[in-house]
Write a protein that binds this ligand. Sequence first.
Ligand code: 13P
Length: 248
Amino acid sequence: MRRRSIVGNWKMNGGLATLAELDGIAAAAGAAPDVDVAVAVPATLIAPAHARIPTLAIGAEDVHEADHGAHTGCLSAAMVKEAGASFTIVGHSERRGDQHETSHDAFMKAAAAHRHGLGVILCVGELQAERDAGRAERVVQAQIEKSLPDDAHADWLTLAYEPRWAIGTGRTPTLDDIATMHAIARAKLRQMVGDTALAMRILYGGSVTADNAARIMAVDNVDGALVGGASLTAAKFAPIIAAAHRGA
Ligand code: 13P
């Protein structure tokens, strides 16, 4: 059975004062030992977050594909690792949208992260217009095909299905739609990397809250959640971690 994973993504939110939230998040993680809990934070908070709670997996929200060089404002995988990150998100839909990143960029970033020993959460997901046009499945299959590194393995790579239109909107797909998309993602992974795909976790992301987390995680092939807004406070995030806990 795949261990569940609950990952917070703070996006461009939080500061030193917010790090106190990690205390409650770590406590919730401690009460759910069968769940892998992690939080991706703004780069400025990686080192202080890691110093505050060394036992909690802290991640970056993005890395550059190159190891070093003339890339003003960017951070390499080695840099965020040195700061204390153990993983990074790549291909988030906000970066695909706002920064015009492609699946090939995500592929290069995932490879760079792996080269430096970081875990990778690779995000895919369709836009509203693509879903309306009946293309959601094909879009996600193509994103996986173009962004999954050839040597992807369950030990270091987690896929996250995050439909763009569900992010920060309070809207989620139906449970049937989530089941369909996760089954398609699993089949695509299996076609590409073989049986390690069966051990790979596929997270759902997009307006996950304490109210819907248990229902969503009960869906086949949903191995946890990537949580934005509801990960910013322990009060909202802890119940999601608890919902992932299968029991003693
Ligand atoms: P919300 O949970 O705020 O919808 O964000 C989801 C997300 O983008 C996580 O990466």
